[in-house]
Design a binder for this molecule. Sequence first.
Ligand SMILES: C[S@@+](CC[C@H](N)C(=O)[O-])C[C@H]1O[C@@H](n2cnc3c(N)ncnc32)[C@H](O)[C@@H]1O
Length: 203
Amino acid sequence: MWDEIFRERPFRLETSEFAKECIRYFPKKSRVLELGCGIGKDSIFFSKNGHKITVIDFSKEAVKKAEKNTESLGVKNINFLNQDISKKFNFKDASFDVIYAHLALHYFNDIVTKRIFKEIGRVLRRGGIFCACCKSTNDPLYGKGKLIEKDMYVLNGHVRHFFSEEYFKEKLKEKFKIRKLWTGKTKFYENSSAFAKVISERK
Ligand SMILES: C[S@@+](CC[C@H](N)C(=O)[O-])C[C@H]1O[C@@H](n2cnc3c(N)ncnc32)[C@H](O)[C@@H]1O
């Protein structure tokens, strides 16, 4: 599905507002892991600001576009990996200073989400920063389609797991200290959407 989306839809290479907020928390010259980079807009922004980026995204089409974008902009320090976020991460413990996920973690059921957060906690060093932005339970699409499990629906083949602030708190309580947690309505392309966002620190 993602390959089809990236082949057919035009995406803008505009840095997200979330990335602009998060970068203020990044230590200088961080080793950043981005989960689900799409066409690479936020990775490119981080890279231009002196950080060293590794990306995992399982869409070959997204990675192809992201690589093309980095090439045309002369950006060099991004390492793109075609991998599945829901599988064990192929990195050693404490390999990163920052882990960043913009609209890439709200596709998995609770068990898989738990596993992903565990992996994030494993590959992020102590004191490292984890930032995530997910569709929130205030989103206009919440409740539409077929209910799969709590706060998770499939609509026209698209699976969405909507996050609340409480859900983030619950998932982060063991290994992370929350630095900022907020929900906001915003326009995402033509649609109005609501997102739950967190910036946290590995304990
Ligand atoms: C809504 S896009 C967001 C892309 C980008 N972060 C942005 O803000 O434009 C979701 C991204 O997550 C990726 N993705 C979804 N499920 C994934 C999985 N299981 N493993 C790796 N990447 C995944 C998709 O290929 C896509 O690039």
